[in-house]
Design a binder for this molecule. Structure first.
Ligand code: MEV
Length: 413
């Protein structure tokens, strides 16, 4: 039986039988008691409950030779189906390959009102400041991380002291900010100037990931178009996204569909990722796509390059049971592995969107699923959902009013 045809219980059993879930985790999924009031209150303020979104998983991700099921939290129909569909095409062609730069988070200490003599003095004491910063978070050094770079940058009236910090498997925002504030205090003792602020940078420039996929033309064919033609049309659309700002925004949004969904499922900070990703896309001075598609040796090649700023331990990731569950389902061992999977999901969602756009259009797939959520919004329950959805698809009139009318007719009212 296909996974999408299974009931929730059958899917849970599948994960249980495959060793992806323990009996306890399966039970927690069934009862949906995934976040306690105490935990909710420790993570955010003014709690009155927890907010649920659909939690599912994408299939067929072969990344650097390892097979993954990828948990995703998303309210938009077809994102998980699209990710799985493209992942299978890539898997049948050899899978995704990824390359990571490093795991460095940059932090900024912004100083002002410094005389030239003070600036000179600070710059001459860079080794001393570096050593001090290293000691500011001893447990990070024990875990194999720590300060990897120190640099002074001059901006008009400001002097910026930039620290590069290897946060190992944590996203590291709190660690970095602690190190920065302690170092800023030390710096302010050395000179007469003022510290304006100390904060990590969400540029993500120390965590750029590249993902590659080579897809055989045969994997791209539709009922009416050859794989070769589909590939050529995808390349043309890729080129168009490089010159049209209106198109590239949508192109990149489709990539973030998959990326944000995995961020949510793993308790990662999707706001940080959104900020990092879009600023990276603007690096050349013109907003550019995260991915590019071209043809080489009878294959469609896709590459995605972007910062993937995340952690596999710490903060909400360690505290939220559902985030832990997601990491367990993926069998994630470290943050580099998670970055690779996230990047592959981004490229997969992009491939699915591009293939649909240059062939049948996206509405065929979208509205099929959208009709089910329209049916639920109209009040359909149980078997009625599929019945209403089916008639909605036949009429192709996707409005709540139409869904309500269909439901009333079905109920004989
Ligand atoms: C919809 O959420 C995402 C797409 O619009 C992405 C794209 O156009 O590339 C389908």
């Amino acid at each position: 039986m296909k996974i999408y045809e299974m009931t929730n219980e059958e899917r849970i059993k599948l994960l249980l039988d495959g060793g992806y879930l323990t009996a306890e985790q399966a039970e927690s999924l069934r009862s949906r008691q995934t976040i306690s009031t105490d935990l909710a209150n420790s993570l955010s303020e003014n709690q009155i409950g927890s907010f649920s979104l659909p939690y599912g998983f994408a299939t067929d991700f072969l990344v650097n030779g390892v097979d993954y099921l990828v948990p995703m939290v998303i309210e938009e129909p077809s994102v998980i189906a699209a990710a799985s569909n493209a992942a299978k095409r890539v898997k049948n062609s050899g899978g995704f390959k990824t390359f990571s730069s490093s795991k460095v988070v940059y932090g900024q200490i912004v100083l002002e009102n410094l005389s030239s003599a003070d600036i000179e003095l600070l710059e001459s004491k860079d080794s001393e400041i570096f050593e001090f910063a290293k000691e500011a978070h001893p447990s990070l050094i024990k875990r194999g991380g720590g300060i990897v770079s120190l640099k002074f940058n001059h901006y008009d009236k400001f002097l910026e002291l930039e620290l590069g910090i290897d946060t190992v498997d944590a996203m590291g925002a709190n660690m970095v900010n602690t190190i920065l504030e302690k170092t800023a205090h030390k710096v302010s003792e050395l000179v007469n100037g003022d510290v304006l602020c100390s904060i990590l940078s969400n540029s993500g420039l120390g965590q750029v990931v590249t993902v590659e996929a080579e897809i055989n033309f045969s994997q791209l064919a539709t009922k009416t178009m050859s794989g070769d033609e589909v590939a050529q049309r995808i390349v043309k659309l890729s080129k168009f996204s490089q010159v049209s700002v209106k198109r590239v925004v949508t192109h990149n949004k489709g990539i973030m569909n998959g990326i944000d969904a995995v961020y949510l499922a793993t308790g990662n900070d999707f706001r940080a990722e959104e900020a990092a990703a879009h600023s990276f896309a603007f690096e050349s001075g013109q907003y550019q796509p995260f991915s590019e598609w071209y043809i080489k040796d009878d294959k469609l090649i896709g590459t995605l390059k972007m910062p993937i700023e995340l952690g596999s331990v710490g903060g909400a990731i360690s505290a939220l049971p559902m985030a832990q569950l997601s990491l367990a389902i993926m069998k994630i061992k470290d943050s580099t592995q998670l970055q690779s999977v996230v990047g592959a999901v981004g490229l997969a969602n992009n491939l699915s969107a591009m293939r649909a756009l240059v062939t049948t259009g996206i509405q065929a797939g979208h509205m099929g699923l959208q009709s089910k959520s329209l049916a639920v919004s109209a009040g359909a329950t149980g078997k009625e959902i599929d019945q209403v959805a089916k008639i909605l698809n036949q009429t192709k009139n996707y409005t709540i009013k139409n869904a309500q009318n269909i439901l009333m007719q079905l109920r004989g009212k």
